[in-house]
Design a binder for this molecule. Structure first.
Ligand code: PMP
Length: 442
């Protein structure tokens, strides 16, 4: 089976039968949107509305959403909808005018970060944020060299795609990019901290040897597309030290792990007791409204700011900021960090309880409500089982429960429900997974 840029469960034309209406829409989509788009699942899903943790198809069938981390406080949250509507009806201008909400929001957001991080710049997407962060890091260091994990995804601009190996082998990495293996705690156990830091140091040494000055090490706070490795808290610290020793900066890509996803903290990097030079964020920041950004140490962006002006037409516009502020309100008011920790733990334990019956569940890991379940042929050899993983993802879709898969070997179930997930939702998920495992395994 071919892994299409990490999307193992993508719909493949002609592979499965779909009804005539779906088939018609797929053909129309292909004709209008062109060849670059992919659809999830062997039987693609047509959705028309969402509410809380549920998504609905045209027949009003409900699907439990255990995947979409953008709408992390629940689909169509009334608080965010109202904030967007009110602000759109009042003023929708950009950052070239003085506006108080952006200041209030930046203040609130920076207060969730270490004191060393003092500025907040706004963009529209995570790719946009990473692109800007890299420009700043390259300008500060005077280097170009970038170190990333081997199945990382950081976005789609030209410069960011060049260090997003999960886009697949047809998308070339830049000559200034080196990859390091993912911190595979399942196979390497507690040696991971030294092992990972050594790989990062070696990658920087290799860049230097080829005349490429180091600029940055970037990693996603939970290694989402690499296979979801929360690692032992603190394991990242040595890799960050190796980065600084090479004269490079550390960019924490919090697009996946930010805004409480990992449960025990607002940001994924906080589990590791490290202070990034730059932090990028996006996805759940506006619960569906496009808003993203870069938080940065003042000394890192100072010269860049004097040399280059920064303006992003929609980034940080008044409406985006109101949406983002409403998201922070809900996270705080509903104690969603604690909920993510508690329900995440409950869900992981529920899945672990199935390991005795299904030993092909090799590893259950993650932090908060970001859970990875590694499917193997045999727990002794730990040989990845991509085919069964794909079957499980599609089987759950038939059960009307939505997840996906990740990792270089595409054998890790990627479970990432909204942060408002309850224990009842977790029980519903576990029961569906059990039914699917009974049909896919044995
Ligand atoms: N970084 C990470 C870790 C991501 O997962 C993504 C999106 N999947 C991005 C960056 C890019 O974000 P966007 O799609 O908003 O450009």
């Amino acid at each position: 089976m071919k892994i299409d840029g990490g999307m193992v469960n993508a719909f493949i034309e002609g592979k499965t039968e779909v009804d005539s209406k779906t088939s018609e829409m797929i053909a129309r989509r292909r004709a209008l949107l062109g060849p670059a788009y992919r659809l999830f699942y062997e039987k693609p899903l047509h959705l028309v509305r969402g509410e809380g943790v549920w998504l609905y198809d045209p027949e009003d069938n409900a699907y439990l959403d255990a995947y979409n981390n953008v709408t992390s406080i629940g689909h169509c949250r009334p608080e965010v909808v109202k904030a967007i509507a009110d602000q759109t009806a009042t003023l929708a201008t950009n950052t070239r005018y003085i506006h108080e909400s952006i200041l209030d929001y930046a203040e609130r957001l920076l207060a969730t970060m270490p004191d060393e991080i003092g500025h907040m710049m706004f963009t529209c997407t995570g790719s946009d944020a990473n692109d800007l962060a890299v420009r700043i890091a390259q300008s500060f260091t005077g280097g170009l060299g970038i170190v990333v994990t081997e199945t990382a995804y950081h976005g789609i601009t030209q410069s960011v795609a060049e260090f997003s190996p999960s886009l697949g082998e047809n998308v070339d990495l830049g000559p200034h990019v080196r990859t390091v293996p993912a911190p595979d705690t399942y196979r390497l156990g507690e040696t991971i901290a030294d092992n990972f830091a050594e790989s990062v140091a070696a990658a920087f040494a290799d860049l230097k040897r080829h005349g490429i000055k180091p600029a940055l090490f970037i990693c996603d706070g939970i290694f989402a597309s690499d296979g979801i490795y929360e690692g032992i808290a603190g394991f990242l610290k040595k890799a960050v030290e190796a980065t600084h020793a090479a004269g490079a900066l550390y960019i924490a890509d919090e697009v996946q792990s930010g805004f409480g996803r990992t449960g025990d903290a607002m940001w994924g990097f906080q589990r590791h007791d490290v202070i990034p030079d730059l932090v990028t964020m996006g996805k759940p920041m506006g619960n569906g409204y496009p808003v993203a950004g870069v938080a940065v140490r003042p000394e890192v962006v100072n010269e860049f700011g004097l040399k280059a002006r920064y303006f992003n037409t929609f980034g940080g516009n008044a409406v985006a900021i109101k949406a983002a502020a409403a998201v922070l309100d809900v996270i705080e008011n509903e104690s969603l960090l604690a909920n993510a920790r508690q329900v995440g733990e409950y869900l992981r334990n529920g899945i672990r309880a199935m390991q005795a019956e299904f030993p092909q569940i090799g590893d259950v890991r993650g932090a908060g409500l970001f859970i990875g379940v590694e499917i193997v042929r045999d727990p002794e050899t730990k040989e990845p089982d991509m085919a069964t993983t794909t079957e499980i993802v599609n089987g759950l879709r038939e059960e009307r429960v939505l997840i996906s898969a990740c990792a270089k070997t595409a054998n890790v179930l990627k479970i990432r429900p909204p942060l408002i997930f309850t224990r009842d939702n977790a029980d519903y998920f576990i029961a569906a997974l059990k039914r699917v495992l009974k049909t896919c395994i044995n």
